[in-house]
Design a binder for this molecule. Structure first.
Ligand SMILES: [Zn+2]
Length: 242
């Protein structure tokens, strides 16, 4: 079992990497779950400086959103995290972000489909949660959960994305891939019609099999760069596939 301190440190690192990559800012939050104690560790909410998070900044809450220690409340959209952690054993880490490119697929009337080899992990598609209000109640958390089903990610109409994974490394890697594929789809569209990978085709790439190893490799790569980053907005950003 990962200790509380390990989970806190991983969560802070993951969020600083998201900040370095320009994928989290004023809003957005990330969580990790300790199943043995049913504790969710979540990053502080809007206005907090994600680029400078430390392990001690993380907020422990129970599955009803109540802080288990301290007085700082979790982000208002905590039900996104508790719904997934409580009901999906493969959702040990969750990110809710408003990334610049993937979010556009929750605005344009266009489904998201993978367009790169890395993107084939999204062969099952990324469903759209049509309710645009913030997910601030357990009822809305349940509705969001129903829409995401067993998918790796979710688009939220006019809002952002949710990404779930077995670890923070998987959530980081999947979020970077989703954002990169969304960006490449838009860039390629300027050149002509975009060809995406079909669900059946995606299966032949077996992207899922090796996903954990590749996610861990990406984690090592980005955390090494993050450790040298000056933690100022607008610097340090590294393209996933430049
Ligand atoms: Zn949001």
């Amino acid at each position: 079992m990962a200790t509380e301190q390990e989970l806190r440190e991983q969560l802070a690192t993951c969020t600083r990497i998201f900040a370095m990559q320009g994928l989290i800012g004023l809003f957005g939050h990330v969580s990790v779950f300790q199943p043995e104690t049913k504790t969710v560790f979540v990053t502080p909410g809007s206005g907090s400086d994600k680029a400078h998070f430390m392990a001690s900044d993380m907020i422990p809450i129970d599955l009803t959103g109540k802080p288990t220690t301290g007085q700082i409340p979790p982000p208002v959209e905590w039900p996104i995290h508790t719904a997934l952690h409580a009901h999906r054993t493969d959702a040990l880490a969750v990110a809710h972000l408003h990334t610049p490119y993937a979010t556009l697929f929750g605005i344009a009337k266009r489904e998201f489909h993978p367009v790169t080899l890395q993107g084939t992990v999204f062969g099952e598609g990324v469903p759209l949660y049509k309710e645009a209000h913030l997910v601030t109640t357990p009822q809305r958390g349940d509705a969001m959960l129903k829409t995401i089903g067993d998918h790796r990610a979710l688009l939220m109409r006019g809002h952002g994305i949710v990404v779930a994974g077995k670890s923070l490394a998987e959530v980081l890697f999947a979020s970077l891939i989703l954002e990169d594929d969304a960006k490449k789809t838009m860039q390629a569209a300027a050149l002509g019609p975009v060809e995406h990978f079909s669900a059946d085709e995606c299966k032949t790439f077996n992207a899922e099999i090796d996903f954990e190893r590749r996610a861990n490799r990406a984690w090592e790569f980005f955390s090494r760069i993050e450790s040298q980053w000056d933690h100022q907005g607008g610097t340090g950003k590294i393209e996933l596939f430049p």
